[in-house]
Design a binder for this molecule. Structure first.
Ligand code: AGP
Length: 605
């Protein structure tokens, strides 16, 4: 997703905006640009590729001015190019935008008919051209911006900058988050608090539909109906927004390594060691719930798949599971005793947010499990549960996955108690197992060197198959997704029992098959599937525990995990799913933290 920064400052803003954009790199982008007002005139620099290219441009051709806007673009309409990079300018106005303008073609035709000439393929340029034409017709900058906003359909976060206006930024939020930062005689705008943290810890989050007039003396905020309103100023914990690699080579490596400590700390928010219960926000319970609906995307969806097994086994609660982009289009049947749970690391995934809005008012309670409590999904839920994973910068989600699992596990145990499906003793046993997870995850992380060696040959593969049964099936899917998204090797996952229904045709001596199989109730069946693969010269890597290897017979390649109770196995097997992808990507030399084509949070549908 794109990143937006704006500054009405006391100093030359271009270098400061560039630094702020660097803190938004994790969102994924393919071009960037900055516009400033210098002696009343708008000036602009844009570059394709990484921010270093824009930085080089600014060294050779500096941008002056103490007010400016900046942008990192993740291409939607129109490929990565200087012409398509933001800020877009039309006459006396420059604009940066995150989102999609759904009626841009209609507006483009209207403006072209009035003589506007477009220089890009983007929807964003239409915004600039519309505001520019209104300025030409005599509107003031604020009026031009306000009337432009009224014409737009779709989702956006926007910031306008005007020539001749050194002390004015107009910004708006509709479907994509935007925050206002308060300085001393300076004001800031940013897509999130991470971008603003070096400049201020006083942040106001715009609400859905808000727009604001910002000058160095402050911000006037107007709601969707145009009424001036007040939004609270928050103090952000700048320490929590620290985004550095802490000595690791990549953010992904740091975030994998953080998992034991994060899981240990996060569980404490839901079940302190000083008592044997689970603390959930008042009002959240499952005694009256007749069905769970769980909706998410990508890795978060696989966390929900694991949780489905837990809710059904330990709470006897039926679970309906959906990929967010499919959910509302199947016309789901909803009931007023249902609980809907939306899982999202960023809390801004457009598909998941749209699914949440679809169920509001139709179910008993809307719960979200998120890593960003100021996010749209958190704010629009009845109850938002933080996973306390800290900022996750690597595009490939790792610590957020295991932290999501932890909160979902806590919810499943609580549901088991609420519904009388778990005795106090069974609950206590399972909670104790949950408390043991950080130690076991640390043991799994200790197999890194073995995994690095194993992935040398894997990195030469063209295709890879992941197999698992039961809760290991979503883990196989997570492993396939991780491998795909950072090493660019085609990988897919199957329920191991499904192999003989077609996919076994793929097996030959060139196909690596990675099998997740702790020694659990399904182990024997999974080993049978493994033998079917080996009988056809498939290159098997079996990930199991000591008992598993004792019973599996001859296995070509193995990776041993600690033996753990079935309930917590998903946490431990998440580590090889993550690390196999990470080291394969290293062998292949891909961009681990910002893989091609991907954004950290997909805020467009
Ligand atoms: C996971 O590694 C991917 N980056 C992606 O699938 C991600 O999980 C998905 O886009 C959902 O993001 P969210 O958790 O922020 O909603």
């Amino acid at each position: 997703m794109c990143g937006i920064v704006g500054i009405l400052g006391k100093h030359e803003v271009a270098p400061i905006i560039l630094d702020a954009l660097k803190r938004l790199e994790y969102r994924g982008y393919d071009s960037a640009g900055i516009a400033t007002v210098n002696n009343g005139a708008l000036d602009r620099r844009r570059a394709v590729g990484k921010l270093i290219n824009l930085s080089d441009l600014l060294v050779h051709d500096p941008l002056r001015g103490k007010s400016g806007i900046g942008h990192t673009r993740w291409a939607t309409h129109g490929g990565p190019s200087v012409a398509n990079a933001h800020p877009h300018q039309a006459g006396r106005v420059a604009v940066v935008h995150n989102g999609i303008i759904e009626n841009f073609r209609e507006l483009r035709e209207e403006l072209s008919a009035e003589g506007a000439s477009f220089s890009s393929q983007t929807d964003t340029e239409t915004i600039a051209q519309l505001a520019g034409s209104l300025l030409e017709k005599g509107r003031s900058p604020v009026e031009a911006a306000r009337e432009t906003l009224a014409r737009l359909k779709g989702a956006f976060a926007l910031a306008f900058l005007f020539s001749g206006e050194d002390d004015l930024i107009v910004c708006a939020r509709r479907g994509s988050p935007l925050a206002i930062g308060h300085g001393e005689g300076e004001m800031f705008v940013g897509s999130d608090a991470l971008a603003l943290a070096p400049m201020t810890d006083r942040v106001t989050y715009l609400e859905e539909g808000d727009w604001a007039i910002i000058t160095r003396s402050g911000a006037q905020i107007f709601d969707a109906e145009g009424h001036q309103t007040h939004r609270p100023m928050n103090r952000i914990n700048v320490e929590e927004t620290r985004v550095d690699k802490s000595g690791h080579r990549h953010f992904m490596a740091k975030e994998m390594a953080e998992q034991p400590a994060i899981l240990q700390a996060a569980l404490g928010f839901y079940s302190g060691l000083d008592h044997d219960g689970i603390d959930l926000p008042d009002g959240l319970g499952f005694a009256a719930t007749d069905r769970l609906i769980m909706v998410a995307c990508g890795t978060a969806y696989y966390a929900c798949q694991v949780a489905k097994y837990w809710f059904e086994r330990y709470a006897g609660l039926p679970v309906e599971l959906d990929i967010a982009s499919e959910f509302r289009y199947r016309n789901p049947v909803l009931g007023d005793s249902n609980t809907a749970i939306f899982v999202s690391q960023s809390g801004e995934t457009a598909d998941t947010l749209a699914a949440l809005r679809h169920v509001k008012g139709q179910v008993a309670q809307v719960v979200s499990v998120v890593n960003v409590m100021t996010s749209s999904i958190a704010r629009e839920s009845d109850i938002a549960l933080p996973i306390h994973a800290g900022p996750e910068i690597g595009v490939a989600s790792t610590k957020a996955f295991t932290a999501q699992l932890q909160v979902l596990a806590v919810l499943a145990l609580r549901a088991g108690l609420d519904r009388g499906h778990l005795s106090e003793a069974e609950f206590a046993t399972l909670l104790a197992q949950l408390r043991s997870v950080p130690g076991y995850v640390a043991q799994a992380l200790d197999r890194e060197e073995e995994i690095r060696l194993l992935t040398e040959s894997l990195s030469q593969a063209r295709d890879v198959l992941f197999l698992g049964r039961g809760v290991m099936y979503p883990l196989a899917q997570e492993g396939a997704l991780k491998l795909k998204e950072i090493s660019y090797i085609h990988a897919e996952a199957y329920a191991a029992g499904e192999l003989k229904h077609g996919p076994i045709a793929l097996i030959d001596k060139d196909l690596p098959v990675i099998i997740f199989a702790p020694h659990d109730a399904l182990f024997e069946k999974t080993v049978s599937n493994m033998q079917e693969v080996m009988a056809r010269q498939g290159q098997v890597l079996l990930i199991s525990d000591a008992q598993g290897f004792a019973d599996a017979g001859e296995v070509p390649t193995r990776l041993q995990m600690p033996a753990v109770p079935e309930f917590i196995a998903p946490f431990i097997y998440a580590v090889p799913a993550q690390m196999i992808a990470y080291h394969t990507a290293l062998h292949r030399g891909t961009d681990v933290d910002q893989p091609r084509n991907l954004a950290k949070s997909v805020t467009v549908e």
